[in-house]
Design a protein around this ligand. Structure first.
Ligand code: PLP
Length: 369
């Protein structure tokens, strides 16, 4: 079990208190996940049932709300049944709890007393909740226009909130600076976060009877689920639990689609773009830290990108609401991508998700109803 700088092929002890390499590169975790299926079946229905696949050393450090194993509902879209994971049902209202439970357990294991984080909202809410549960100090850096419900939620958990004037990237710069003397509990940099989001893939396979679907339609902002799913399905493939890698279908908003643009030009690195505001605030990431890794994984899985317009996001949100599902507009972007993708692949078994709860975005939703 190691931290790895895959760019320079260097390895670091898993208990080093670092979240990037000394050269400033991304770190990934090298770890052989195991799936003792009889044990797993006998355990409680939460993501820690995959205990041998999660790189936390001691059970006593686990910070958990018994999260995970969200329902996989079969929902009819245009006459076709699609499996939709109910990821809006986590205790903080988005699937970011998957990453937060593993990352904050590691923070506790490392004996760290203070974390910093930056977020467009939901990752901040999740880190703040688990920091509260673990009694760890938490500072969150935000843009001024962060959704009021998310600000209220982070404050409620006792996090110190700092507003930064400027773009999402300016916020990241200020946070990087603050991370000089605190541990950066980042959902884009910190590799432990992805060791939590990968459990989405495990649950999908178990809920299908220990097999892989043909494709999975996912949001593409910072890529916590795209990278998580890649790691998770790879773990299952290497362990011989499944026999194929599902196609990863990555959805971006037309107003902020740096990766889709690079993908369709067959590039391995994305370029700067001019982004516009979008209803899908949660995936409006113009410079995703792991963007090139996302491009590589989508391509390797034989998946693709789908770009959705503001009108398509609005329509998808309405379709879901009128079926009784109250989701964030950001989550509707993924469903808009699903509706677009599924037409071209009528025979595929497709899985997708509702990523966040509607109660997070009352202000935006009031403009839609
Ligand atoms: C974080 C988030 C996303 C997008 O995830 P990325 O990790 O940025 O790709 C989508 N929907 C909701 C509700 C989120 O909180």
């Amino acid at each position: 079990m190691n931290l790895q700088d895959t760019f320079l092929h260097k390895e670091f002890d898993i208990n080093s208190k670092i979240w990037q390499s000394p050269e400033g590169n991304l770190l990934d975790i090298h770890f052989l996940a195991q799936f003792p299926i009889d044990f797993i079946r006998s355990r409680n229905y939460n993501l820690w049932r995959y205990r041998e696949a999660i790189p936390i050393q001691s059970d006593k450090h686990i910070v958990s709300f018994n999260e995970g194993f969200t329902p996989l509902l079969s929902i009819d879209f245009n006459g076709k049944k699609i499996g939709i994971k109910q990821e809006q049902l986590f205790s903080t209202g988005s699937y970011k709890d998957r990453g937060a439970t593993v990352l904050m357990s590691k923070v506790k294991e490392l004996g760290i007393g203070k974390v910093v984080q930056d977020s467009s909202g939901n990752a901040g809410c999740a880190i703040a909740a688990y920091a509260a549960a673990a009694n760890i100090d938490c500072s969150i850096y935000l843009q001024q226009d962060t959704s009021p419900a998310k600000i209220a939620q982070m404050k409620a958990y006792g996090a110190a909130i700092h507003f930064v004037n400027g773009s999402r990237e300016d916020v990241a710069d200020v946070t990087l600076n603050a991370a000089q003397d605190a541990y950066y509990a980042s959902h884009s940099w910190n590799p432990f976060f992805f060791q939590g989001t990968k459990t989405f893939a495990y649950e999908v396979c178990e809920q299908l009877g220990w097999r892989a679907p043909d494709s999975v339609v996912l949001p593409a902002g910072n890529g916590t689920l795209i990278i998580g799913c890649y790691i998770g399905f790879m773990d299952l493939l290497h362990a011989g639990v499944i026999d194929k890698m599902p196609k990863l279908i990555a959805v971006q908003s037309e107003n902020c689609a740096p990766l889709a643009e690079a993908f369709f030009k067959n590039k391995t690195a994305y370029s700067n773009i001019n982004s516009q505001p979008t209803l899908a605030e949660g995936i409006a990431i113009a410079k995703p830290v792991r963007g090139n890794q996302m491009l590589q994984y989508v391509k390797e899985s034989k998946g693709t990108f789908v770009i959705v317009s503001e009108i398509e996001i609005k329509n998808a949100w309405k379709v879901c609401a009128l079926k009784g599902f109250y989701i964030e507009p950001t989550s509707a972007a993924t469903i808009a991508g699903l509706l677009k993708y599924m037409d071209g692949y009528p025979h595929e078994e497709i899985i997708s998700l509702f990523s966040g709860h509607g109660l997070k975005s009352t202000d935006k939703i009031l403009t839609l109803v």
